[in-house]
Each structure stands twice: as C-alpha cells, then as structure tokens.
Design a protein around this ligand. Structure first.
Ligand SMILES: [Zn+2]
Length: 259
C-alpha cells in the first residue's frame, strides 16, 4: 500500500516537474471556422477557449523573432519559463476572416507559415477546398503584428523527395516571397512535419537552408522544446486539432508527449 502511494506521489512530482520545466511550447493551427470542426479546423469558440486558458495558466506569448533571437550565439535574449509561440500553417483566408479578431483581442503575436506557390489561390495540395490569403492580405496582417515565414514553395513533404527537389523548392520559396514583396522571418515549418529520414540528406537540407539564411525549422512531434534550444532545425510543435476535446488540448499543452 505504502509503495503504491509513494509511486503515485513520484509520478505526480514527475508530471509536475515536466509541466513546469523551462520550455518553449509551439502551437500549430491550420483553419478557423465559425461552425465546422475537423482535425485541421478549430471553431472560433475553441480558439477563444484555448487562448483564455493559456492566459489563465500563465503561459507567456512570445513572437517568432523572440525565438530566433534566443538562438543567437551569445544568448543575450532568453525566453520566459513558460514561453508559448502560436503558429498557423498554410495561410488560409479564414485566418484573417475568423481568427484575426480573436487573436487581436488576446494580443497574441502570431506567425503564419506560407507556401508561396499558392498565395492568392487555393490549397491545391489538399483538394482545393479553401482559399489562401493574397499577398495584399498577408501584408495587411504584418501591419497588425503578424509574422510571416516559410512553409516550402509547393507544400512538399520533404520526407518524400530527393535533396535536389528540396533545395530547388527552398530557393523558390525564398525567391517567390521576394517577388511578392512579403517580408519573411528566417524560419520554416516543414509541410506535414516531414524532413528527410537519412542523416546525410537531412544535413544537406539544413545546409541549403543555412545558405538561404533560414535559421530555424519547425516539425510536429507534440513535444515541449527544452531551453536553451539544442537543434534549431528540429523544433517541435503541438498539433492543435478541432476534434480534440478541451481536456486533450490542455494535456498536450501542459505535458506535451510524455513518452
Ligand atoms: Zn501545411
């Protein structure tokens, strides 16, 4: 009996330590709807609930530039203990129409990762069901405190392509952003969280990003990033799904992936 209680206490202490550990949490959202829910879509009500909870739980919203500054060699800038970065992938028009008012209300510094081939078009890689923001709309978001960053040019899963294709796509991502005059932060989120499996190819991909000035890469993984950050090209994000209950959202945010 006593052993059981001691064990339970140990688990509780471990969970508590894990929860309060100095870490960077990065949330990954996609679409925001007023009515619909699916694994890539949260409702405005869910988004409001998430942000209300994060505030109450004393998470400290940081911007992507705060994260990039903390990666600098001198580490003059360090992140708060419970740092929280909010990101949206793909640049859906519904981020502007549905999410923006709520994000502004909570003064959240948001990053949108953009696949430049589809700016002003549709999500062609996923059935062309949703509109993607135009370059003018993206620029208007910058005036409202948003940060833009890379999400590959053609929304490629870098896990499934040869290094030459990845390098060409990265270059196109940077060049097209320049042509559209979109000011981009020096970070990328890998579509589908995909990176090459082989260490050699992975290194080649990182070198290609370094040549382009890209200093950080975000995957999925659902883990909390320890601070100081060791591998800036392998930053974990927490996958926020509309189909998750609020309890699941809280568990993912507080504890990440435990095992
Ligand atoms: Zn994507």
């Amino acid at each position: 009996m006593w052993i059981f209680i001691a064990l339970l206490f140990g688990v509780f202490m471990w969970l508590n330590f894990h929860r309060n550990h100095h870490g960077l949490r990065v949330l990954m959202y996609h679409k925001v709807s007023t009515t619909d829910i699916d694994f890539m879509t949260v409702t405005t009500e869910q988004l409001r609930g998430h942000l209300t909870y994060l505030r109450q739980a004393n998470y400290q919203f940081v911007s992507l530039s705060d994260v990039l500054d903390s990666l600098k060699k001198d580490r003059a800038v360090s992140l708060p203990r419970r740092a929280m970065l909010v990101t949206f992938d793909d640049a859906y028009e519904n981020n502007l129409t549905n999410a923006l008012p709520i994000l502004q209300e909570f003064a959240v510094p948001v990053t949108i990762f953009v696949s430049t081939a589809f700016v002003g078009g549709m999500n062609e890689w996923d059935g062309s069901t949703d509109s993607i923001l135009t370059s003018e709309q993206l620029k208007s978001l910058i005036d409202k405190g948003f940060t833009l960053a890379y999400h590959s040019h053609r929304h490629l899963n870098y896990k499934n392509h040869p290094i030459e294709t990845i390098e060409t796509d990265l270059v196109s991502n940077v060049e097209e952003a320049g042509r559209l005059e979109l000011p981009m932060a020096q970070a990328i989120s890998y579509p589908y969280g995909g990176r090459p499996k082989s260490p050699v190819m992975r290194q080649q991909m990182i070198e290609a990003m370094e040549r382009l000035g890209i200093k950080a890469g975000f995957r999925i993984g659902n883990r909390i990033n320890k601070i100081p950050i060791r591998d800036s090209y392998d930053l974990n994000r927490i996958d926020v799904r509309g189909t998750d209950s609020f309890a699941v959202f809280k568990r993912k945010v507080n504890w990440g992936k435990l095992i």
